[in-house]
Design a protein around this ligand. Structure first.
Ligand code: FAD
Length: 382
């Protein structure tokens, strides 16, 4: 990417080398596992890639947003299986900036070392896009909060040791009534169940049920009523990361098909000689490049302290849609081979579709873009 600094280029080479050495072997098989491999978690932790938003004093390796984007792209080109864990290990330490010091000291070093895993629970049944309509309640009682409700679609939900989550602390106050909490998942009253998904299988998307779960006040992240804004600010980085991860899948597929079309011969000629094929590859490369530029631009704006909500939303819908289209086109160029499970392409297509939905759908991204352009008065429903 033209605007990477020398240290960002250096970091890119480091992650590329790490991914080739530690992640490439067995990646295709790991995409079908129902959990994220412990060996891979250990490797990521040793490379300090689980603590890129964790302060050094808590065992992290703070990196700028562009570098975090580089990590998502390069890791996911090679092994997509830990992607949603990497995402929650970016999002939750960012939220923990507002947590009491005691909580940070207890959890952040363990998360950075991969000894404990964390997930992020915002979505609830029937209020995914409409995040102000959540129904999980947190009622304050004698120094504790009592949490009741269901968080659903939680990535890493089956494997995580703790969940950062949102809950309503003030009825009828909409976004201003939402507060963030950090909940160890071995607390009495917690239960979970897994979804059987078509993609992102190792993430083990789950529902997490909270039945009168009692947590001390120190588990509240930030002030009461501040949760919604904190979560939305977090999405302003994670959405760009999700896209770069998905583009990693598209780039890996493009690399493979570019070799395939030179080898595969039909009608007396390598299929790459046919314009119908070559033009498709040219289009795929352009979709990927345009999506990467949007994503890295959003991350760079963030690093420079400039507004980036609109740019991140643009990157998210355009990039995720491009990645899915590119992978599908490439699958078709592979013909029946691309449709077979022994080829990685079909799984990549399943994974990428999940991330058109996760972290916000195209329609919601377009509403955000329109709102940022014209003001909330001119946005149909939000
Ligand atoms: C792979 C994956 C991982 C996920 N991981 C997590 C996680 O870790 N934590 C978490 O909290 N959640 C997670 N989610 C949930 C995700 O954030 C939600 O699925 C997403 O926000 C959409 O919500 P929904 O599925 O309830 O769809 P709905 O909100 O029910 O939307 C249904 C459809 O209506 C459209 N729509 C909704 N409102 C409007 C509108 N105003 N105008 C036009 N169209 C509209 C949507 O675009 C969508 O097409 C994950 C989801 C997936 C698929």
């Amino acid at each position: 990417m033209v605007f990477f600094t020398e240290s960002q280029q250096k970091f890119r080479s480091e992650v590329q080398e790490f991914a080739a050495k530690e992640l490439a072997r067995g990646a295709k098989e790991r995409a079908k596992l129902d959990h994220i491999s412990e060996r891979i978690i250990k490797k990521l932790a040793e490379a300090k890639l689980l603590g890129l938003t964790t302060p050094s004093k808590h065992g992290g390796r703070p990196a700028d947003s562009v570098m975090i984007g580089i990590m998502f792209e390069e890791v996911c080109k090679v092994d997509f299986s830990p992607m949603l864990l990497l995402l929650s290990h970016v999002m939750v330490p960012l939220m923990m900036n507002w947590a009491p010091e005691e909580l940070k000291e207890e959890w952040l070093p363990k998360l950075a070392r991969g000894e404990k895993l964390v997930c992020f629970g915002n979505t609830e049944p029937d209020c995914g896009s409409d995040a102000t309509a959540i129904r999980t309640r947190a009622v304050y009682h004698q120094g504790n909060y009592v949490l009741t409700g269901e968080k659903t679609s939680v990535s890493v939900g089956m494997q995580a040791d703790a969940m950062a989550m949102t809950a309503v602390t003030k009825e009828g106050a909409g976004a201003r009534g939402i507060t963030c909490f950090f909940v160890p998942l071995d607390m009495p009253g917690v239960s979970r169940s897994r979804f059987a998904d078509m993609g992102c299988i190792p993430a083990g998307r789950a529902s997490i049920f909270l039945n009168d779960v009692r947590v001390a006040s120190k588990y509240r992240i930030g002030g009461e009523g501040e949760g919604f804004v904190k979560v939305m600010t977090g999405f302003d980085i994670t959405r760009a990361l999700v896209v770069l991860a998905t583009l990693g899948l598209a780039e890996a597929s493009l690399c493979e098909v570019s070799e395939h079309v030179k080898r595969k011969t039909l009608f007396g000629s390598p299929i790459g000689h046919f314009e119908g094929v070559a033009f498709k590859l040219a289009e795929c490369a352009t979709w990927i490049e345009a999506s990467k530029l949007l994503s890295y631009q959003a991350l760079k704006l963030r690093d420079e302290g400039l507004p980036h909500t609109k740019e991140t939303a643009m990157a998210k819908w355009f990039g995720a849609e491009s990645a899915v289209n590119v992978i599908q086109e490439i699958l078709l160029i592979f013909g029946a081979d691309g449709y077979a499970q022994r080829n990685a392409i079909e799984q990549r297509l399943r994974d990428a579709i999940g991330l058109q939905i996760g972290d916000g759908t195209a329609e919601i991204m377009k509403l955000i873009i329109a709102r940022e352009m014209m003001g909330s008065r001119f946005v149909p429903v939000m």
